[in-house]
Design a protein around this ligand. Structure first.
Ligand SMILES: NC(=O)c1ccc[n+]([C@@H]2O[C@H](COP(=O)([O-])OP(=O)(O)OC[C@H]3O[C@@H](n4cnc5c(N)ncnc54)[C@H](O)[C@@H]3O)[C@@H](O)[C@H]2O)c1
Length: 353
């Protein structure tokens, strides 16, 4: 007889755009009993609660934490992440927070410290790491199949219309979003690039607002160079003015000449390996592409990461993406902003890991 899986009472705070990706996971995963949700906008909380038959529909974080939840998904705007995560940690509730971890390293450090002090599990959503195509590149690097990685590049080649920024007050502002294409979109592929390439030692970058300036004050165009602690070099290209968009891409080259790449195009679909020179005939790569290109993209990989997170609590191990791991992409982004403002390269005193 199989053992009965442990179910954790789960909840969501912030019932906006991304909440359904979490709700679908919490409703179907055997590790979850979808217990409570909350939003400062009571209509949004009520709508999610009724769609997913959630037991407790709450107006405040305090009410949510008092409902008996054991694990909380934080789906609120960037600037609210710190206060919610630290309060949940103090209440002994495990937390999976949407990306970016926060918009300042000082905030991230307080969040990580609060989680450590409370002994709770703290993870951050970077669901693209769960694509088979991304796992394959990571594994190829770890196994030494490309020698030493010598060059890595990440690209967010996206389109965001004026209507996107008009959806909510917090979007497109330094005060609400903490940045533009780097902080909100490119953070996904910056996380993946540093996961592939290792710690970053130096950053030099420029950002500007070249097209969307009439309705946002954050950047829409970024170019940056990276020097990794290993000595490898890298590039970050992040743009939200490309119409039609060309998706997200992360590519690496190794000291034995190999090139590997993962491409998500269009945005929201599953990434596939568009370059894989370790397979000279190209047959294996073509087979993977056929298998994965038409598979569900968004939100299937939220389900995988949320399952890993809940399972990590049950097993008492670290989740796939910890708060400390998510801090690394924020450190790179903060350094690109600082470099652009000062005109200087930013060297990390010690690696941002
Ligand atoms: N992983 C992904 O692919 C992905 C995609 C979209 C958004 N996100 C992230 O998810 C988060 C939310 O983004 P969104 O697009 O869903 O935003 P949104 O504006 O659509 O929804 C945010 C919701 O949070 C509520 N809210 C705001 N402050 C609150 C508070 N203090 N307490 C309770 N509720 C509060 C708002 O009323 C709103 O309903 C952001 O961190 C964003 O970067 C991740």
């Amino acid at each position: 007889m199989g053992s009965v899986p442990r179910r954790l009472k789960t909840g969501i705070i912030g019932c906006g755009n991304i909440a359904p990706a979490h709700a679908q996971a919490l409703a179907v995963l055997p590790q979850s009993e979808f217990w409570a949700c909350a939003d400062v906008d009571s209509a949004k909380a009520a709508s999610l609660a009724s769609e997913y038959s959630v037991r407790h529909c709450c107006a405040t974080l305090d009410e949510l934490l008092a409902s008996g939840i054991e694990a909380l998904m934080v789906c609120t705007p960037h600037k609210s992440h710190e206060a919610i995560v630290t309060r949940a940690a103090e209440a002994g509730v495990h937390v999976l927070c949407e990306k970016p971890i926060s918009v300042e390293l000082a905030e991230a450090d307080r969040m990580i410290a609060a989680a450590d002090a409370a002994g709770i599990t703290f993870g951050v959503v970077f669901m693209r790491r769960f694509w088979p195509a991304a796992q394959r590149i990571h594994q190829a690097i770890v196994s030494g199949a490309i020698g030493l990685p010598t060059f890595g590049m990440c690209q967010a080649l996206l389109w965001r219309p004026e209507s996107y920024f008009a959806q909510a007050e917090w979007r497109g502002t330094w005060a609400g979003e903490g940045g533009g294409v780097l902080m909100n979109q490119a953070v996904h592929v910056i996380d993946m690039l540093q996961w592939f390439m290792g710690s970053v030692a130096e950053v030099y970058g420029k950002y500007d607002t070249l097209v969307h300036g009439n309705y946002i004050d954050v950047e829409d165009t970024v170019a940056a160079t990276l020097t990794f602690a290993s000595g490898a070099l890298g590039l970050v290209q992040a743009i939200t003015t490309i119409d039609p968009q060309l998706g997200y891409r992360v590519s690496v080259h190794g000291s034995n000449g190999a090139s590997l790449s993962v491409w998500e195009n269009p945005e929201g679909t599953q990434g596939f390996n568009d370059i894989w020179t370790l397979d000279p005939t190209g047959e294996q790569r073509a087979r993977w592409e056929q298998e994965e290109r038409d598979q569900p993209g968004f939100p299937a990989f939220h389900i995988l990461q949320i399952e890993d997170f809940l399972q990590s609590i049950i097993e008492g191990r670290e989740p796939a993406v910890t708060g400390a791991e998510a801090r690394k992409s924020l450190a790179i982004i903060e350094a690109i902003y600082e470099s652009s403002r000062t005109g200087q390269p930013i060297r990390f005193a010690e690696s941002p890991s």
